[in-house]
Design a protein around this ligand. Structure first.
Ligand code: TYM
Length: 335
């Protein structure tokens, strides 16, 4: 039997709930790929430290993230689900990656530039600067072929590819060169109130963000208040009709039908009817997910058992890669 291709991805436990963009841009693909690939998925708690969370909040959100991932369809029998910090090789390889990355190269990362410009140099932690090298380590440790992520991660994947290629040619062929698995539709879901900005957990206002763990009434209200335009046609046109196009993308991804079919379905109908229909689809889709996640959270022992098994499986793969890396760069092995 041919061995399956490897997949790895990660998500930060920065909030109590994932949002619709996280699901459509990434986690929906994670669920699909666990059937066809050897899949590793991690909750990247070390990355979340760059946002300086309260200890209690980080602990709670990490477990809540695991519960949501399982409720959204990850099956620990089919994939390896683990917490990043449970596998110390991530930090160990990150240091090697940092010693391989140019200062200028790291300074050009747009997510770092945006975030550090917003907070100012004195309030930007160094961990935000080295964030992409830890992410490269996450991916390369597992020799991943595919990395399912949203559009905003494209530059980080490019850096990871560059670092892997550099390592392989400078030392020894050690790493698989990963590919970003980024969908054409859904890789960038926009804020409902500001449909030219991506839906983001760090947005100033929460009114345009659909949190999967929010009560259905809250999300219906937010969906129905989505910003549209002054025309009346329900047509996909990202340039001139950003709000309607975003809603069409969401509707199409959740119902599994092409955007053109949705356009036909709503031809001649008003924006109000359309928004109500999208709201219903969203709420119906996530109602059981929310219930399942809440139920899973009533039994942390069960979740911790899943994570223990996940960490063991992940460690076995990660430690082998780390040993190869150390050997290739000339680190003396302990007698
Ligand atoms: P994070 O936690 O910010 O987001 C998790 C995933 O959700 C995607 N995403 C979106 N997709 C579409 N539309 C949106 N509005 C939207 N917002 C977020 C993100 O692209 C991501 O795939 N750096 C990563 C976490 C990470 C990682 C990794 C990913 C750490 N190590 C290794 C892959 C492989 C991040 O901040 O994701």
């Amino acid at each position: 039997m041919a061995t399956k291709e490897r997949v790895l991805s990660g998500i930060q436990p920065t909030h109590e709930s994932f949002h619709l963009g996280n699901y459509l841009g990434a986690v929906k693909q994670w669920v699909e790929l666990q059937d066809t690939h050897d899949a590793f998925y991690c909750v990247v708690d070390l990355h979340a430290l760059t946002a300086s969370p309260e200890p209690q909040a980080l602990r709670r959100r990490t477990l809540a993230s695991v519960a949501q991932l399982i409720a959204l369809g990850l099956d620990p029998e089919k994939c390896t689900l683990f917490i990043q910090s449970h596998v110390p090789a991530h930090n160990q390889l990150a240091w090697v990656m940092e010693c391989l990355t140019g200062f200028g190269e790291a300074s050009r990362m747009t997510q770092f530039k945006d975030k550090s410009q917003k907070s100012g140099a004195d309030r930007t932690v160094v961990g935000l600067f080295t964030y992409p090298m830890l992410m490269a380590a996450d991916i390369l440790l597992y020799q991943a072929h595919q990395v399912p992520v949203g559009e905003d991660q494209r530059q980080h994947i490019e850096l990871t590819r560059d670092l892997a290629t550099r390592f392989n040619s400078q030392y020894k062929d050690t790493f698989t060169i990963p590919n970003g698995y980024i969908l054409k539709a859904g890789a960038k879901i926009y804020d409902l109130q500001d449909p030219t900005s991506k839906m983001s957990k760090s947005a100033e206002s929460q009114s345009g963000i659909i949190d999967l763990m929010d009560a259905p009434e809250v999300n219906i209200k937010k969906m129905k208040s989505a910003v549209t335009d002054t025309e009346r046609e329900i047509k996909f046109d990202e340039k001139n009709k950003a709000g309607i196009s975003n809603l069409l993308t969401i509707y199409s991804a959740l119902t599994g039908q092409p955007v053109s079919a949705a356009e036909n379905e709503f031809a001649g109908k008003g924006y109000g009817d359309f928004k109500a229909a999208v709201a219903e689809v969203v709420v119906d889709y996530f109602r059981p997910v929310r219930e399942k996640a809440l139920e899973l959270l009533t039994d942390p022992t069960h979740l911790n058992q899943i994570l223990k098994t996940g960490a063991e499986k992940a460690s076995a793969v990660a430690e082998k890669t780390l040993a190869d890396v150390y050997d290739a760069i000339g680190i003396t092995s302990r007698a």
